[in-house]
Design a protein around this ligand. Structure first.
Ligand code: ADP
Ligand code: DP6
Ligand code: CO
Length: 344
């Protein structure tokens, strides 16, 4: 028999979006990105892993449904963990030969633009690293599962450096500030739609990389400056600056999706209504109090300071008196939860 290892991992929502790869296999991005890692008390992935001599094949269940383990991303993650375990001599040769079973669940919509791939792969590689007693940093292994996952391994605000090396050794995530730096910062998730997106992030950014002229402009002329500016705004706790860059970057990312051929449409009428509502709210407030950002899906993530939370929640309830959009409020994660085994 072997132990079952269970861990949880947080989602992260980017304020400077990663969209486009220069290497599809190593998952190397065209541009740097910046995100905040959200507290696991509301949204998280939970993954259990187990390796046993009597297992006949590697297998994975995602949200209760058996999926193929043949995906190159799963193979790369497991393969890299085993290579590290062999190099670190952390488990026996016999243990390395065993097949592994993985069981993972997200307590929020999967593949709907709420960063399930980020939480999911951060969780998977953290669980595998514990199972194989791998001590070295797993962020770059999480990147092999899903690019955005390399950021979910750390708490607070995180930057993923695109890097320039063809082998990806400098394409790493680093923490900008930890979650204690800006404790007033909160995220309000508005679930507009919970169905699986028509075009996955992987496919959407592949089409953009191949066809969008705007993406080339964004990567060269917009993201580098924005990245430096938003990092400065985060360090100085300059909310209006942080919010303006966040909203502009979300808008430009969705413009790139539309500039792709064929176009990818991730936002819905309700998403656009929320954009409009936030701009009106900020204008009425006399300064920028709330920022919206949308990943590759219809759901909004609002960044706002604690004082604004009750006002914005009552506004949302007033404007959407029925259940949609469902809303979750959360602070930022310290990132430590990812390392603590959870109970089954
Ligand atoms: P999202 O916007 O939710 O990140 P993506 O299109 O980027 O959507 O990725 C969705 C895919 O990520 C899923 O189809 C699945 O392959 C993978 N994924 C999501 N959650 C998990 C998980 N908990 N464990 C392993 N893989 C996951
Ligand atoms: C819009 O990391 O899901 O959420 O690397 O192909 O798995 P793959 O894509 P993924 O893309 C995330 C795109 C985004 C922006 C972001 O998180 O930076
Ligand atoms: Co994703």
């Amino acid at each position: 028999m072997s132990d079952i290892i269970t861990v949880i991992a947080p989602v992260n929502i980017a304020v400077i979006k990663y969209w486009g790869k220069r290497d599809e296999d190593l998952i190397l991005p065209l541009n740097d990105s910046v995100s905040a890692t959200l507290d696991t008390s509301i949204m998280c992935a939970k993954t259990s892993v187990c390796a046993r001599a009597d297992f006949k094949e590697d297998a994975i269940w995602l949200n209760g449904k058996k999926e193929s383990f043949d995906s190159p991303r799963l193979q790369n993650c497991l393969g890299e963990i085993k290579l590290r375990a062999a190099a670190e001599k952390s488990v026996s040769e016999d243990f390395l030969q065993r097949k592994v079973h993985v069981c993972s669940e997200n307590n929020f919509p999967t593949a709907a633009g709420l960063a399930s791939s980020a939480a999911g792969y951060a969780c998977l590689v953290t669980a595998l690293a514990k199972l194989y007693k791998v001590k070295s940093d797993v962020s770059s292994i999480a990147r092999l599962g899903s690019g955005s996952a390399c950021r979910s391994v750390y708490g607070g605000f995180v930057r993923w450096h695109a890097g320039i090396n063809p082998n990806g050794t400098d394409s790493v995530a680093t923490q900008i500030v930890d979650s204690t730096h800006w404790p007033e910062m909160h995220a309000l998730i508005l679930v507009v739609g919970d169905t699986k997106k028509k075009t996955s992030s992987t496919v959407g950014m592949r089409i953009a990389t191949q066809t969008s002229e705007l993406l080339k402009h964004r990567v060269k002329y917009c993201v580098p400056e924005r990245t430096e500016e938003i990092i400065q705004a985060i360090r100085q706790k300059d909310f209006p600056k942080f919010a303006e860059i966040t909203m502009k970057d979300s808008n430009q990312f969705h413009a790139v999706a539309l500039d792709s051929y064929p176009p990818c449409v991730y936002m819905t009428d309700v998403s656009h209504f929320i954009v409009d509502l936030i701009h009106k709210y900020n204008t009425a407030s006399g300064s920028v109090k709330v920022a919206y950002t949308f990943d590759a899906g219809p759901n909004a993530c609002l960044y706002l300071l604690k004082d604004e939370v009750p006002k914005v929640i009552s506004l949302i309830k007033h404007v959407f008196p029925t259940s949609k959009p469902e809303s979750f409020i959360t602070g930022l994660s310290s990132g430590e939860e990812v390392l603590s085994p959870a109970l089954m």
